[in-house]
Design a binder for this molecule. Structure first.
Ligand code: ADP
Length: 630
């Protein structure tokens, strides 16, 4: 059984409880009469036969059990329905066959029939096969109950008597309640399905039925009352009834047709808007059937493929696909119809389309399954990516050129810095020779000049070496599984004396990741950042460095936070440029190459580096590294 809506479940439960309580009430009432508790004025007027009361109680519980999913509830429901079925069948045999059964109680035969049908329905209501028959039985019970109820309301004994014993009005209402609510168990079937659906026909049925029912009941009642009181002659009464009926029918038809017209109008506008949207779409839209026959195309399709519309309609889609792609396309189309899923083609592969003049162009296609009254269809959105492909090709070419240029530049840097070392060494040697060979001729002032020259050359040589290292950085890079915790510990060990002398505290907040990285370069990155954090410390407090990391989608983000002098935000980009320094040599020694190295290393790992800082409040250097593990 499908999952029942909450409101249906509540309604079923409510009717179950109502008929059950009604049965209880009758039994207590009967017991009260027997014991003389109730006044004699009502004596002998039980609202329904006592066995009907028991049967209603049983059927109330049985129906309530039906909405419970447990196996025990199902068994209880079947036992109770089975008992009612047995009893009512025996009564029917007694009433309609020559077989003599000594049963003293007696619900009316039509009541017994209704209980028989209801009990059978309850027993089989959850079976998959006989759903339609069960629904029909329930509808039949509703019909009998309704006829009897109307007979009681309008005082027409032929309607509620049916056989030799009349059906009580309460039984009639009980049957209508039980059969209608039980039919909600299979709410999409039969007449119940007509009222519970969400289509326009169902909505109209719900609206109209109630209005018609009220109108017919009111007119019918008036007609009978008028007849009984002899207000009108039978002919006049019938004629009046016909006229009123025609007027009411006309009013309902008018209401129905205006509602339907409004809906139709809205639908037409929606269809027209949809058509405009399809026609003005910037990509080709092609609808084809299962056999690959084109059924509908938009304006862009004609432009893209250079066909007239009448040529495209009815044409096999294969005509607009290059021959070399036919086998693959057929296979994927078949898969598409089998899976009934959206598929994309041409995103990570080359996909081509064929124009009328035989030329081909690159495309991307999305196939969307659509349902139609004539079966499943395929809506293909085709995007011409010629321009994008050309741009991609240009970018690719430029990238290669850039790479070559970059390599040339690195080579130049490497060679020139290498060559510069030589003359520097020569000058340095000559200074030493002068100092050693002519100690008597080099007096104080010359000695001072030579010293200044020597330290300038040292500095120059350091810069050239840094430049050389910068050029070499990553030349021998090797991707290895790197434990960042160990790496940071090693760096701290290398910087041990500096850390001790400055009273530096290094904290690693959470375990740093282990992942594939260029280990040597990564070590240099941490070394530069940690030694900068110590170097650019405030004179008043000892350095406090916090290192942490977090995992992002495809990346790791690291941060190295210090409590040093900080950096003005306006310098946050320039500090990563080579030889860019913010402080003088007297204050903080350096060559302005550390952060340039860091940037190069991070970019080597497919990441970014930046700083978040305020002067006087410390700096946090953050960088991301591609998670090569993924
Ligand atoms: P160097 O340290 O040799 O001067 P870097 O490239 O390492 O060169 O740094 C460039 C500049 O960025 C430094 O001169 C300094 O002004 C600034 N800087 C780097 N790290 C820090 C830091 N942790 N705190 C404050 N300033 C920093």
């Amino acid at each position: 059984m499908r999952h029942l809506k909450r409101s249906y479940q509540n309604f079923i439960l409510l009717t179950s409880v109502t008929v059950f309580l009604y049965g209880v009430y009758v039994i207590i009432y009967a017991w009260g009469l027997q014991n003389g508790i109730f006044k004699p004025a009502v004596t002998g007027h039980l609202p329904i036969a006592i066995d009907s009361a028991y049967a209603f109680m049983a059927m109330g519980i049985s129906q309530a059990c039906l909405i419970h999913r447990s196996a025990l509830a199902a068994v209880v429901s079947r036992i109770l329905s089975g008992c009612v079925l047995l009893w009512s069948t025996l009564l029917l045999i007694r009433d309609f066959t020559p077989v003599k059964i000594p049963l003293i109680f007696g619900m009316s035969p039509q009541t017994a029939l209704c209980f028989t049908l209801l009990a059978i329905s309850f027993i089989f209501i959850k079976s998959r096969k006989r759903k339609y028959i069960i629904q029909a039985l329930l509808h039949f019970v509703t019909l009998i109950g309704s006829i009897a109820a109307i007979g009681h309301f309008l005082n027409i004994p032929e309607f509620y008597k049916m056989t030799f014993i009349p059906m009580a009005v309460y039984s009639a209402i009980g049957f209508v309640l039980l059969s209608v609510s039980a039919s909600l168990m299979n709410y999409n079937l039969g007449i119940t399905g007509l009222f519970t659906g969400n289509l326009i026909g169902n909505i109209m049925a719900r609206k109209l039925f109630l209005q018609m029912l009220v109108a017919i009941l009111v007119i019918g009642t008036l007609r009978i009352v008028a007849h009984r009181k002899e207000w009108l002659s039978p002919e006049f009464g019938s004629a009046l009834l016909i006229i009123i009926f025609i007027v009411i029918t006309l009013a309902l038809i008018w209401k129905t047709s205006t509602t339907l017209n409004k809906i139709d109008d809205k639908k037409r506008i929606a269809v027209e808007n949809f058509r405009i949207a399809i026609e003005s779409a910037p990509y080709a839209l092609v609808i084809s059937d299962r056999d690959g026959k084109i059924l509908s195309v938009n304006q862009q399709t004609k432009i893209l493929y250079r066909y007239h519309e009448h040529e495209l309609i009815g044409m096999p889609v294969m005509n607009i696909i290059p021959k070399k792609m036919h086998t693959d396309y057929v296979r994927r189309r078949e898969q598409f119809f089998a899976d009934n899923h959206i598929i994309k083609m041409g995103h990570n592969e080359d996909m081509l389309a064929l124009r009328k003049d035989g030329t081909e162009f690159p495309i991307e296609i999305i196939l969307v399954p659509i349902k139609t009254s004539t079966g499943p269809m395929c809506l293909a959105s085709v995007i011409d990516i010629t321009q994008r492909k050309n741009q991609e090709d240009t970018i690719k070419k430029q990238l290669i050129e850039l790479q070559v240029k970059n390599e040339e530049l690195e080579q130049f840097n490497y060679i020139s810095s290498h060559d510069l070392q030589e003359p520097l060494r020569t000058v340095s040697n000559y200074i030493s020779m002068l100092q050693e060979d002519f100690p008597d001729r080099i007096d104080g002032e010359i000695q001072e000049h030579l010293k200044t020259m020597g330290s300038a050359i040292d500095r120059m040589s350091h810069v050239v070496r840094s430049l050389l290292n910068f050029g070499k950085l990553g030349r021998k890079k090797k991707l290895v599984l790197t434990d960042c915790n160990k790496l940071v510990n090693d760096v701290a060990a290398d910087l041990n004396s500096l850390i001790k002398n400055t009273g530096t505290e290094i904290t690693v907040t959470c375990g740093l990741p282990e992942f594939y990285a260029y280990e040597t370069e990564l070590r240099q990155l941490f070394q530069n950042l940690i030694s900068n954090a110590i170097k650019f410390r405030k004179s008043s407090i000892s350095p406090d460095i916090t290192i942490s990391s977090r995992k992002l989608d495809g990346f790791y983000e690291f941060s190295v936070e210090d409590n040093g002098i900080g950096i003005h935000p306006k310098h946050s980009d320039s500090i990563f440029r080579i030889f860019h320094r913010l402080n003088s040599d007297e204050e903080y020694e350096g060559y302005g190459i550390g952060l340039a190295n860091c940037k190069k290393i991070v970019e080597m790992h497919g990441g970014k580096i930046w700083v978040e800082s305020e002067p006087g409040k410390g700096s946090t250097f953050k960088f991301t590294l591609l998670n090569f593990n993924k």
